[in-house]
Design a protein around this ligand. Sequence first.
Ligand code: ATP
Length: 217
Amino acid sequence: MNIDQSKIPQATAKRLPLYYRFLKNLHASGKQRVSSAELSDAVKVGSATIRRDFSYFGALGKKGYGYNVDYLLTFFRKTLDQDEMTNVMLIGVGNLGTAFLHYNFIKNNNTKISMAFDVNESKIGSEIGGVPVYDLDKLEEHVQEVGDIPVAILTVPAVAAQSITDRLIALGIKGILNFTPARLNVPEHIRIHHIDLAVELQSLVYFLKHYSVTQED
Ligand code: ATP
């Protein structure tokens, strides 16, 4: 299975964790094959989209048989680097940040928040969900101790986001999951995923009011 991952479209790549989670459950329940219709129903992505996505992975479903669950799982595990633990840091231990620390992401895949930072004295030195909270002033020190933390989650007030981002870039960060409404300026090689929960919620309500809901993405 030799697939050039740079050829996989970004929209497809974003759906990979969704497929992966569902296939893991299927595998755990002993299923060996799955049809695109079943998948579509479970992950709420149109079956035409699923077939197109899977063709990028070299997985060609057979009519009347569907897809081989083991083959797909092996592919996803490799593609999503699930064999390797990825360390993540979280900056801003407010309501949202605290929820993430409790949730951590270890149940779904091999990413783990290994340290958190804040400026609030009452939070510094504590441990939330097993994750130590450090003083943001000592960001560089702590990150350099661990060596490899390629991803940061930003849950700080918007005004603080850019200056923290600049420090993260200087530390060699590769990706940022930005929960602040701030639009961040970063060099091209840094990947930012921006999640504005308020905007998402508003747009959901807007769509419910103005459009009929369809399953196709
Ligand atoms: P949330 O938006 O996560 O629900 P909140 O309403 O509890 O947060 P915010 O004021 O948004 O609180 O702050 C989020 C967290 O970021 C707080 O723990 C706060 O101490 C921290 N914080 C504030 N300013 C900075 C900064 N400059 N650098 C790092 N952390 C900061």
